[in-house]
Write a protein that binds this ligand. Structure first.
Ligand SMILES: Cc1cc2nc3c(=O)[nH]c(=O)nc-3n(C[C@H](O)[C@H](O)[C@H](O)COP(=O)(O)OP(=O)(O)OC[C@H]3O[C@@H](n4cnc5c(N)ncnc54)[C@H](O)[C@@H]3O)c2cc1C
Length: 65
């Protein structure tokens, strides 16, 4: 996850930089260790993505920057 496509695969909404209808949910979008309890962060990011899809993407499909 990164602010620009040259630094990461998905944006802050976990939307793929090149594929507008692909959202990546899970621990793969940020550096983590299983021993450092990443699950709350996964859940928080999932809520953020769901909110962005419902509030923004479904109304105006596209980049969702
Ligand atoms: C032993 C252990 C203990 C842990 N304890 C904690 C803890 O106490 N607290 C905490 O916060 N985190 C803990 N973690 C880390 C946490 O489990 C992971 O960070 C989290 O499960 C990652 O979620 P995910 O959805 O990204 O991936 P996963 O939960 O790994 O989900 C990926 C899914 O994709 C499926 N899959 C893979 N390949 C394919 C395919 N080709 N087609 C279809 N499906 C596929 C897999 O079967 C799996 O169900 C622990 C991890 C381990 C290994």
């Amino acid at each position: 996850m990164a602010k620009s496509p040259d630094r990461g695969v998905v944006n802050m909404h976990q939307r793929h930089w090149d594929i507008s209808n692909l959202f990546v949910i899970g621990a793969s979008t940020f550096p983590n260790s299983g021993a450092a309890n990443p699950t709350p962060t996964i859940l928080a990011l999932t809520y953020r993505t769901a909110e962005a899809i419902v509030d923004k993407y479904l109304k105006t499909p596209g980049m969702l920057a």
